[in-house]
Design a protein around this ligand. Sequence first.
Ligand code: UDP
Ligand code: MG
Length: 343
Amino acid sequence: MTASIKYSVIVPMYNEEAVIEHTYDRLKQVMDCTEAGYELIFVNDGSKDRTVELVTMIADFDPHVRLLDFSRNFGHQIAISAGMDYAGGEAIIVIDADLQDPPEVILAMIEKWKEGFEVVYGRRLERKGETIFKKVTAKAFYRVLRSMTTIDIPLDTGDFRLIDRKVCDVLRGLKEKNRFVRGLISWIGFKQTSVEYVREERFAGETKYPLKKMVGFALDGITSFSYKPLKIAGYLGFFLSFGSFIYLLVVLFQRLFTDTTKAGWASMMAIILLFNGIILLLLGVIGEYIGRIYDESKDRPLYILRETKGYPIDGEDAAREGDGSNPHNGEKREKTKQDRKYV
Ligand code: UDP
Ligand code: MG
């Protein structure tokens, strides 16, 4: 069976007992239409309800179904990442368990994939049945994220998407712990396109993203792809120092040419203004270094190759391995050159 798997569908679940059987039915209907080998990978992210029992029962009679059962709640993004580690398909689809992302859209994604796109993300035209607060914060978040980063993270897209095996392998090679999967997929590149859909109401149950998780998620998204917040001290320092300098001139003027100042005031002001400006500027400098340390510690590959030509030794697989355990395709290239020397 494993050999012929074409599509892997990853479904992260956290306390989804109310909906999971429906989700399975809908997914099965859709995936049967593809007339290709597929697997449904249900990842249980430490549910405290009967989610696992239900999926175990389903897995007992349907050989397409797999279950990954976490020891505790590790988080949505990690559940998706685990699913990718265990996916065997040529195309991998990530979909929420609550039927907010209509499974039927997968067929449209597969069509795009067959046309040669390596990432097909679902773009939400409309979000039904969500609170105004959620809609507004979500909209704002995607826009702030976009303005803060240099990579092209598409607006209003969640994790509902199809990725090619190549992309999945590169993603698995990125070892950073605070994973913001949708951002990483944008960062990876490859040929990307979107299909549009209307985000339905949750089929049953309630959101598993309370405000606290949402804030954490947003912070992960922003800090993983931008160190602008760290630069703020630097900018502030610059503007404040400038303002302080001007005000310092005013203080000096008052001290020297008027008699409106009290003894000691001018020197005190001068010191406060100068030193606060300098401290903020230096914090900005430290921020720049911390930002660079952060970049280094993420240890992302310098670049990712789609494929190589003319390298007989390991040509074809370069794009796939390029960023697994040995993240630098550059290294690989050097090795190949060296090997050639010895042939
Ligand atoms: N989820 C998860 N772990 C968590 C929170 C959520 O695996 O800690 C799953 C959840 O079961 C669902 C998906 O992530 O399949 C999206 O969650 P939800 O629908 O609650 O988020 P919302 O649509 O409200 O943003
Ligand atoms: Mg949902």
